[in-house]
Design a protein around this ligand. Sequence first.
Ligand code: NAP
Length: 299
Amino acid sequence: MLTGMNIVVIGGDARQLEVIRKLTELDAKLSLIGFDQLDHGFTGATKEQIDELKYADISAIVLPIAGTNNEGKIETIFSNEKVVLTKEMLLQTPEHCAIYTGISNEYLDQLTTTSNRKLVQIMERDDVAIYNSIPTVEGTIMMVIQNTDFTIHNSKVAVLGFGRIGMSVARSFHSLGAMVKVGARRSEHLARIYEMGIEPFHLSLLNKEVSDIDVCINTIPHPIVTAGVISRMPAHTLIVDLATKPGGTDFRYAEKRGIKAFLAPGLPGIVAPKTAGQIVANVLSQLLIEDLQQRKVDE
Ligand code: NAP
C-alpha cells in the first residue's frame, strides 16, 4: 500500500487516468495538477492549481509519458493551465522526492541533476517495453490492414530490428500467416529468428532482401530504410516505421517514388490507452511501494 505518500500527478492524457485510479486504490494521497476540466472525480485525489501545492509534503511527482518539452512545459489535455516544471519547485520538495516520467529529455535530465532529485524513466524499463509491445503490435496490424488491399496472410513482410518490438511484431505477423523475414545484425538474433521458424537475414543484405516484399516494418531508430533500399522495393510496398521520431526511413524519397510510408509513433496510447495506462500504472505503483519501503528502512 502507499498509505502516507503524498504524490503529485501533473498532466497527461487518458493513460494517466489509469495511473491515478491505481494510486488512489493503493491509498496514496494525490494532488492532481492539470485535470480541472476532467468531470470524473477520484476518491483520495484533489484537483489543485500548481501555485497551491505544499511542496515540503510531496513524496513523489508523476509526469506524463512524454515528460516535459525542452522548455519544461508539461502537456495538460484536461486543462488550459500552463504548467512548467522548474528547479525552484523541485528545490522546495524533500530530498527524497523522486520524479517519475515516461521518457526524459535534456531539460528534465538537467533539471533533476542540478536539483539533486532522483529521475525514474518508466519507458526505459525492459518490462514496460515488452508489455507495451502488445498494443504496439495491434496498432501495427491495424495500420497494415488500413493501408493495403491484400491480406496479411500470405503477404511478404520484412521486419527490421529484433529488439522488444521487432520480436513481437515478427511473431504476430508470422502467426497471422504472413511470410515474415527479419533483418538483424547480431548472430544470436539471427539464430533466435531461425529457431522461431522465421526467415532471418543480415541487415548488410537489406538492399537485396527487400526486392520482393509487400510490407516493410521498421523498428530500428537509425537511418536504415534509405533511398537506396527504397529504390529496390516493389512499387506497391507499404512501409510502416515504428522507430522513435524521426524514424529510420527516408520519407522524402519514399514520397518521391510514390511508395506509401508512415511514421507511426505512440501506437499504444492511440489503440489501447486504457491498457497502455494500466501497464504504466502497475510498474509505477510497484516502484513507489519499493521507494516507500526503502525509506522506512533508511529512517
Ligand atoms: P530495442 O529493444 O532497443 O531494439 C532496437 C533494435 O534495433 C535492436 O534489434 C537493435 O539491434 C536495432 N538497432 C539499433 N540501432 C541499430 C543500428 N544502428 N543498426 C542496426 N540495428 C540497430 O528497442 P524496442 O523497444 O524494440 O523499440 C524499437 C523502437 O520502437 C524504438 O525507437 C522505440 O522508441 C519505438 N517504439 C515505438 C512504438 C510505437 O508506437 N511506434 C512503441 C514502442 C516503442 P542490436 O540489438 O543489434 O543493437
